[in-house]
Every structure is written in C-alpha cells, then in structure tokens.
Design a protein around this ligand. Structure first.
Ligand SMILES: *Cc1c(COP(=O)(O)O)cnc(C)c1O
Length: 389
C-alpha cells in the first residue's frame, strides 16, 4: 500500500503532472522530476505499523514509489545502524557524534537504496535492459539489482575506475564499457548507445526514483532518533541524490505529522578540493553551479563535475542554515583511518571526507561540543584500499 500519486517538475516550472505508469525521465524544461504522494491521506499512516515491517528501507513502503501490486526488488537494503561514535567524538570534543553506517548495504554503499527503488520501477515499467554511467558504486548497485530483477545491465565507467568496481559489475553479469574521461562523458556515451536501443537510463536524477530510495535515510534517522532531528547532517556530495532525497523526506515527515515542524537539521555538503562545484557555488551565492574543470580526487563518488540537481542541493543547504566544505585528499584519507581506528567502521574516502569537514566546522566554532552531529559514511573502504598509504 503506497500513497504514491504522480511525478512533478522539481523546479517546479508548471509543466506536468507526469504519469508514473509511463517511463518518465526529465521534465520538458530539462529539470529532474520528483515523486509526489497524497500526503493528506498519508496522515492516517502511523509509526506504530513499523513494528511489523521488514528491517529494510521498504518498511516505509507507504511513502515509496509502488503502484498497484508492485513487489519491491530488494536485497535487504537500508535500516543501517546509527552508531554513537563516542571515542571518535572525544578526539574532536563532541559528545554526540553519530555515524550512519551505509557501508553495510548490499554492494557496500548507499547506492543500493536508490537502485532498489529505481529497478523496482524499471521492472514495473517493463524495462529489459537498464544502463547507468557511474564512478563505481552506482554501477555495482545497479548491476546487482538488475541481476536480482532478471534484467540486462549496461554500466559505463571512467577508464581509470578502480578494479574492484569494474570486476564487481562483471560478477553480477553486467556489461561494462570503459570510457575516456569522467562520469559526465560516460553519461553522454551511455545515452548515445542506449537511446536507439530503448535502454532504461537510471543516471542520477535523470529518472525520479533513486531519490526516493535515498530519502529513506532520513526516515530511518528520524525513527532511530525517536522522531527528532539531529543538529547537523554531514553528507559527502557528488550528484546530491541523498541530500535532495533527505530534504524531501523532512517535508514529507512533517506533512504526515510524524516529526514536528521544528528546526530541520543543518545540511552540510562535503566535497573534495579537486572537485568542489557545489562548495564554490555556495560561497558565490549562485543558484546553479558552474561545471568544475579537471575534476580530480580519490573519493570517486565526489568526482562529479556537474550535477543536474545542483539548484536543489544549494536550496537545501541555504534553507537549512547549513554550509558546504571542501577537504583535501590527504585529509580525507587520514580520516578514513581515524574512523576505522576509533570505531571499527569501514569508511570509504567519502566517509573520511565527512569527518574532515566536521573537524573543520568544530575548529571554526560552527559545530558546538554538545551538538548532535550525524556523519554519513556512504560506503565501505574495501573497494578503495589502494588509496591507503
Ligand atoms: C555516489 C557516492 C556519493 C555521492 O552521492 P550523491 O548522493 O550522488 O551525492 C558519496 N559517497 C559514495 C561512497 C558514493 O558512492
């Protein structure tokens, strides 16, 4: 049972609404589409029902994009632990530092959430081949969920993608194409090849459902914090799906009455010095982000020179009273190890970057010692071990 009704332009530009029983990718104005629900009716849904629900992100199925009798394509994604990081917090003078450990998802990253939702819709819409440009994790997750759903998978990776990402795609039977250049170049080639063949494109924000999967991080956070919000959410940002999804979830949870419309968390986008288009746009006060030239960082998920949802990311940062921080590769690699050493958590470079950003905000006096801070460890370290000294 879901309250899902239709799709709407994220701007919104006035075009639409769009019918979710058809394949939909972008709005006619070129902006992403977002899933909308009957929030008035959803007020009858009670958190008490969660006691009998599966411990996956599909426990929030009422607010996920299911139609009719759709069954989710699932590998047990979501409902990851929220760990109180006492020892790590002590090193920073923080008493309430928490790690949302997304490394425990299928295929080792939070990309599983988005792909579970996207592949569920793709299957319902009759897709037989799905394709995605990826820095690595999105491709691995899509390949796994496509296999689970019995679909063919086409993954386009930059030629310099790390070997574990390439090989894990193959493990799930996906076809891998290595592309000279960055994820944006991979996206161009995937669209060129797949367009005429009718492949279903699950590029970040070019279909409306990955955001829906990733928004469940906020539903979980609220449930795990007893329907309150932390003061800060620190989120390593590439295409921004997770941040946009969580911001959307805050509104949904307020509108259905599960969380009081109190102050929402301050959202912090973390990027790498070598690719920080959102940080630059935030500092300049612009609504859109200029593409970043010569993007370079070991945090593959952050090597996204241009995000089509840039305006949605920047809106959330500003409306929340948050900020955007860029950190060096040296800092983020050192902080992967700090997370590992103090907490036993396997952190991707992107998770390390989130710790480096927290360190900076504590030093600058933005984050106070009693603030509740949630670090999103978006993936695990195992596919990135080559970055360690
Ligand atoms: C993709 C990815 C990111 C960035 O996620 P977005 O939601 O697209 O901003 C961060 N960390 C890891 C490990 C990733 O794979």
């Amino acid at each position: 049972m879901s309250y899902f009704t239709h799709l709407e332009c994220a701007v919104p530009c006035g075009a639409g609404p769009y019918d979710p029983r058809q394949r939909q990718h972008l709005c006619t104005c070129g902006a992403p589409l977002l899933a909308r629900y009957d929030l008035d009716r959803a007020r009858q849904w009670s958190p008490r029902t969660l006691a009998d629900r599966p411990s996956t992100m599909w426990r929030y199925a009422d607010m996920l994009p299911l139609l009719d009798d759709d069954e989710p394509v699932t590998l047990g994604e979501g409902f990851t632990p929220l760990l109180h990081a006492r020892a790590l917090g002590r090193t920073l003078g923080l008493s309430r530092l928490y790690i949302k450990d997304e490394s425990l998802n299928p295929t080792n990253s939070f990309k599983a959430r988005g792909q579970s939702a996207a592949i569920t819709r793709a299957r319902a819409l009759g897709a037989t081949t799905v394709s995605v440009p990826s820095a690595g994790n999105a491709g691995n997750a899509m390949a796994a969920y496509a296999a689970r759903a019995g679909m063919a998978a086409q993954v386009f990776l930059p030629r310099d993608a790390k070997a574990p990402f390439v090989r894990e795609c193959a493990l799930y039977g996906a076809q891998v194409t290595l592309v000279d250049g960055l994820i944006t170049d991979a996206g161009r080639l995937a669209a060129e090849r797949g367009g005429p063949l009718g492949w279903y494109d699950v590029s970040t924000l070019k279909e409306p459902y990955r955001v829906e999967g990733k928004k469940t991080m906020a539903y979980e956070l609220a449930e795990q914090m007893d329907w309150t919000w932390p003061d800060w959410i620190v989120y390593p940002t590439g295409g921004g799906t997770g941040l946009i999804g969580m911001w959307k979830a805050f509104e949904e949870l307020e509108r259905i009455g599960w969380v009081r419309p109190q102050r929402r968390p301050r959202m912090v986008s973390v990027q790498a010095d070598g690719c920080a288009p959102i940080v630059r746009a935030f500092a300049q006060g612009t609504e859109r982000a200029e593409p970043w030239a010569n993007a370079k960082t070991v945090a593959d998920g952050l090597r996204v020179p241009r995000a089509i949802g840039d305006f949605l990311i920047l809106r959330a940062l500003r409306e929340s009273g948050g900020t955007a921080v860029a950190v060096s590769d040296a800092e983020l690699v050192a902080d992967m190890q700090e997370i590992g050493r103090h907490e036993g958590v396997s952190a991707a470079p992107e998770g390390g970057a989130a710790l480096s950003a927290i360190r900076r905000l504590v030093r600058d006096g933005r984050i106070g010692s009693d603030d509740t801070v949630v670090l999103f460890n978006t993936g695990g370290a195992l596919k990135y071990l080559d970055v360690l000294p």
